[in-house]
Design a protein around this ligand. Structure first.
Ligand code: FES
Length: 106
């Protein structure tokens, strides 16, 4: 099962096994991790699931859709590695991915 390593806003790290087919957002919300609010429940419309994807993990996911790119464009603290965690769906061949959860005011 894929493992997602969440680097949390308080500086701590949490490793969670997330079944393939679920997203990086699902893994956070279902384990009550702080930082990923996911207001829209994963329908790519709220951008409260913003994370920074580790550069070694980029190959594990498809490129962002235009819809996702549009939302990312208006976020504060956006970086080239910014993604919406609800759009990062894990596949069975993923081993470990690492994301950094920005502080909520970023
Ligand atoms: S949970 Fe709303 S855009 Fe990801």
């Amino acid at each position: 099962m894929p493992t997602v390593v969440y680097q949390l806003p308080d500086g701590s790290t949490s490793s969670v096994d997330v079944p393939a087919g679920q997203s990086v957002m699902d893994g956070s919300v279902r384990n009550n991790l702080p930082g990923i609010v996911a207001e829209c429940g994963g329908s790519c419309s709220c951008a409260t699931c913003h994370v920074y994807l580790d550069e070694n993990s980029c190959g594990s996911f498809d490129e962002p859709t235009l819809e996702e790119q549009d939302l990312l464009e208006f976020l504060d603290g956006v970086q080239p590695c910014s993604r919406l965690a609800c759009q990062l769906v894990l596949t069975p061949d993923v081993d470990t991915v690492t994301v950094t959860v920005p502080p909520s005011d970023a």
